[in-house]
Structures are given as structure tokens and as C-alpha cells.
Design a protein around this ligand. Structure first.
Ligand SMILES: Nc1ncnc2c1ncn2[C@@H]1O[C@H](COP(=O)(O)O)[C@@H](O)[C@H]1OP(=O)(O)O
Ligand SMILES: [Mg+2]
Ligand SMILES: [Mg+2]
Ligand SMILES: [Mg+2]
Length: 354
């Protein structure tokens, strides 16, 4: 992949180029594993091994590319996976599988002439143990966001953000199964429609999308709908990830006519950022605490596309508290016109639920 030209006013040009390369390479590994799962029989879909291999493999590749592309940068990463299970007796075969998958992906890409050992793989995974926090720079990684969608053959994302002094300053979201063209352009669809979208944003520089395989980047922006009756909303595909009774009550209060669009992973943030839908509601069930890697990349892509991302109290998400977001009861992403009404409906629905 060619280096991005230096853009005046973007202090994160090198980091963005490295992050895009890292996510694109990791996504290639995930695509290969997902194709393998889908080609195998239904029985083995319930086996978690293939997805585990892809989660770890993706984390290894992202960490490797960032270190190779940014050799002079100090490195701290807050990532979802750790190597504990892989160090257990009986995990040798899985570790070998991950190692060969990573090495094959590197060899096919051709950018780096290197081969990782099993120890290198474990060390790369453990590079994601950082606690993050309010000072310094920390990469934030979800190597596969939307694991259940990944197994089903649906949407998933490789999500990478950069935290600088407690603020998310950069986000890259690789969505291998999301069509490059907006899903609400009524072109009837075509088998020639390109699938695989790479969203990215840097603070103050707007949000863009390009083909995961590489193409001319296009600026994106959230929709400008200001009447909730014209809005459509995204929510989790998995009922266990978000309270559907509350989201449907919010939609009813707002007069939303369209049925919910259910999609796995932060692909929802990407789709919202380019105007495929107007509102994204996420209301986890009691006891679930949101992690930073589930929202860092997606939220900056939406805000840089002109949208807003707020918690249930109407506050900005605070990524400076470590591996978790502050405990609050939900997340809303939408445009600036709709946010006041959506927030009010959200709070009213929650009050009624008490
Ligand atoms: N019980 C749960 N409630 C809410 N979110 C969950 C739960 N279990 C896993 N997740 C995470 O929610 C995100 C996907 O949500 P959705 O697809 O519904 O938007 C993923 O980050 C997924 O983890 P993971 O990254 O391991 O897939
Ligand atoms: Mg996740
Ligand atoms: Mg994950
Ligand atoms: Mg997980």
C-alpha cells in the first residue's frame, strides 16, 4: 500500500497510513477464516476454534504492522484478546494454526520478509495488555468486533483507534462484508457491487471510506434528516446485546416508521457515518459494561462525518478511564438535528422502564 501524502493540518498522517495498512491486512486473515467456516459443514460452525484463531491472528497482524510501520513510536495497545488460553496445555495445535495463518497472510501480502515463531505470536498478542488511560498515546483494538456475525457469515469489523491524552484522535474500521456503496441507494443491487469497506477518520479532518482492497477515498457524512418519522435506525442483530423492548419504545415515541435495521458490529457506525441510516441505538442488558475497543474507532468515524455519539445522560463517551467506558446505560449515535429528540425519547423510555 502506498504511503499517504503528508496532509497539512493532519498531525496523524503516518499513524493513519499505518493503521489502515494494519486493519486491511488483519481483515484479509479474517476473510480467509470466515470463508473456511462457511465452506465447512454446519456442525463445525458451533465450534469456536476457527473464530478464536481469527481473533488472535488479527490482533497479531495489527500489532506487527503498527510496529513495522512506526518503528520510532512508543507502543501501547489496549486490545481485547490476551494469550492466557493459548499458553494452557492442549492449546499447542491452535497456536500452531494461528502462527501458520499469520505467516501465510504476511507471505501472500509480500510487504514484509519475515516469519513469526509461536513465541513471537504470544508476545504480539500480549502487546495488547495496556490499561490505556488519560495520558500518552494508546492504540485501541478490537481484532474482530461482532464475533457472532463473523461465525454466521454476516457483518463484523476490525476496529482500531488511537487515543492521545485521553481523546480518540483516529479511527479505522475494516468491514469486509459491507458493500462499498451505501445500502440505501436504491440501485437494486448488483452482483458487481464491490463488497468490503474501509472507513477512517482523523480528528478535525473528516471521515472517509475506500474499498478494503484499496480505491480512491470518498468523504462521507451522516444524513441530514431532521424529521424522526423519516429516520431509520440501526441496532444489534443479536437480541442479547441490546434491549429491543426499549429501542422499539424509543422508535415509537419518535414516530419512526421504518423497521429497525439489525446488523452486527461497529459496521453500524460506518453505515451511519455515510448516511445509510439515521440513528444507532445500543442499550445493553443490566450488568454489561462497555469496553473502549467496541466504540473508539466507530465513534470518531461518526463524529468526523458530522454526527454525534452520546451516552444515556447526553455526555460524550469518555475513553480515558482505562479498558472500560464509564458505566452508563446506553449509547446513541445520530446527526445533530435528531440528537435532542432521540435523547429525550431515550430518557423517557428508560424512566418508564423503572
Ligand atoms: N452480552 C453482550 N451484550 C452486549 N454486547 C456484547 C455481549 N457479548 C459480546 N458483546 C460485544 O458486543 C459487540 C457486538 O455487538 P453488536 O454486534 O450487537 O453490535 C461485540 O463487541 C461483542 O463482542 P465481540 O467483539 O467479542 O464480538
Ligand atoms: Mg467487540
Ligand atoms: Mg472482539
Ligand atoms: Mg470477544
Amino acid at each position: 500500500m502506498s504511503q499517504l501524502p503528508e496532509v497539512a493540518g493532519n498531525p496523524y498522517t503516518a499513524e493513519l497510513a499505518a493503521a489502515k495498512k494494519a486493519v486491511a491486512l488483519a481483515a484479509r486473515l479474517c476473510q480467509r477464516v470466515q470463508q473456511g467456516i462457511l465452506q465447512s459443514d454446519v456442525q463445525s460452525k458451533a465450534d469456536r476454534t476457527p473464530v478464536t484463531v481469527a481473533d488472535y491472528g488479527s490482533q497479531v497482524l495489527v500489532s506487527l504492522v503498527l510496529k513495522k510501520e512506526l518503528p520510532s513510536h512508543s507502543y501501547s495497545m489496549v486490545a481485547e484478546e490476551d494469550s492466557k488460553d493459548l499458553r494452557k496445555d492442549g492449546a499447542q495445535e491452535v497456536l500452531e494454526h494461528i502462527t501458520s495463518l499469520v505467516n501465510e497472510t504476511i507471505a501472500n501480502d509480500g510487504s514484509y520478509n519475515m516469519s513469526l515463531s509461536k513465541e513471537d505470536v504470544l508476545a504480539a498478542i500480549d502487546g495488547g495488555k495496556s490499561e490505556g488511560g488519560p495520558s500518552g498515546r494508546h492504540w485501541i483494538l478490537d481484532p474482530i468486533d461482532g464475533t457472532k456475525g463473523f461465525i454466521r457469515g454476516d457483518q463484523y469489523a476490525v476496529a482500531l483507534g488511537l487515543l492521545d491524552e485521553g481523546k480518540v484522535v483516529l479511527g479505522v474500521l475494516g468491514c469486509p462484508n459491507l458493500p462499498l456503496k451505501s445500502t440505501n441507494t436504491h440501485n437494486g443491487g448488483s452482483s458487481r457491487d464491490q463488497v468490503g469497506s474501509l472507513f477512517f477518520a482523523t480528528i478535525g479532518c473528516g471521515a472517509e471510506v475506500e474499498a478494503l482492497e484499496g480505491s480512491e477515498p470518498q468523504k462521507i457524512s451522516v444524513c441530514s434528516i431532521n424529521n424522526p418519522t423519516d429516520a431509520s435506525f440501526f441496532e444489534s442483530y443479536e437480541a442479547s446485546h441490546s434491549k429491543r423492548d426499549l429501542t422499539s419504545s424509543i422508535a415509537e415515541k419518535l414516530g419512526v416508521q421504518a423497521p429497525p435495521v439489525r446488523m452486527d458490529s461497529q459496521a453500524k457506525y460506518g453505515a451511519l457515518a455515510r448516511g445509510d441510516g439515521a440513528i444507532f441505538l445500543r442499550i445493553p442488558h443490566k450488568g454489561y459494561i462497555e469496553t473502549v475497543w467496541d466504540h473508539a474507532a466507530g465513534s470518531i468515524i461518526v463524529t468526523e462525518a458530522g454526527g454525534m455519539v452520546k451516552d444515556a445522560s447526553g455526555n460524550d463517551l469518555d475513553f480515558s478511564k482505562g479498558r472500560y467506558l464509564d458505566r452508563d446505560r446506553g449509547i446513541i449515535a445520530t446527526n445533530k438535528y435528531l440528537m435532542p429528540a432521540v435523547l429525550k425519547a431515550f430518557q423517557d423510555a428508560m424512566e418508564e422502564e423503572q
